[in-house]
Design a protein around this ligand. Structure first.
Ligand code: COA
Length: 195
């Protein structure tokens, strides 16, 4: 029997600080746990990235790391008038190995969209990008990501993937508060995944 999904109202999203005890975080991909324990805080302090943790009853069950980048669009089918467009990159995203398949990855994707929607009056990101391992590519496909190109990173086959954010931004224009936005993003994702 698969374990039930965790109730989203019991999950908390917080920004990583030095107060967090990261020692118990383990992930199927050990480098992702190592990044959180060893580099995430210094990258955040030096303003390279931001890392958010998902907390479930004081336990860190997932994290994601974002950074702003520009995205080379020469290979995209619908070229824009510029060679690059503003992008937000998912640098890392991982669920604690003991909590896989319980809805945390979905919750984190919705929170990333919420962050993009929330800041969209001040700064706009046209696409979300990620460089994904083979095993995670179909996870991202569920969220509208397409493969831009296959690449070889340290001998491992990876794919650079992207998903446009503009349709989501437009459909959520009327959301007002942070809670509204998260609820609307969750609904939006539930509905689009059913299609
Ligand atoms: C990929 C990962 C983040 C998914 O997290 P998760 O918390 O297990 O995901 P969820 O439980 O929220 O899954 C959401 C949906 O995606 C599906 N899903 C989860 N992992 C998937 C995968 N690898 N491929 C395809 N679908 C996947 C689930 O079945 C679920 O669908 P459902 O709602 O119809 O049941 C997690 O497996 C992980 O940490 N993997 C190792 C690290 C990694 O590869 N990170 C990506 C780096 S590029």
């Amino acid at each position: 029997m698969p374990e039930p999904k965790l109730p989203y109202d019991k999950l908390k999203l917080v920004r990583l600080t030095q107060e967090h005890d990261l020692s118990g975080f383990e992930c199927e991909v050990p480098e992702l746990a190592d990044y959180l324990k060893e580099d995430a805080l210094s990258d955040l302090r030096e303003h390279y990235t931001t890392t958010h943790l998902v907390i479930y009853y004081n336990y860190i069950v997932g994290y994601f790391t974002l950074y702003a980048s520009d995205f080379i669009i020469l290979k995209l089918p619908n070229k824009s008038k510029y060679d690059t467009i503003p992008a937000i990159q998912i640098a890392r995203l991982a669920t604690h190995i003991n909590y896989k398949n319980r809805g945390i990855g979905h919750y984190m994707m919705c929170q990333i969209l919420r962050i993009i929607v929330e800041c969209s009056n001040s700064i706009v990101y046209q696409v979300i990008t990620v460089t994904a391992k083979k095993s995670a590519q179909s996870f991202y496909t569920r969220y509208g990501f397409d493969i831009l190109e296959e690449i070889d990173e340290d001998g491992e086959k990876m794919a650079r993937m992207y998903s446009p954010t503009l349709p989501i931004l437009m459909s959520l224009e009327s959301s007002q508060t942070v809670d509204d936005i998260l609820r609307d993003v969750l609904n939006h994702m539930e509905n689009s995944l059913k299609l």
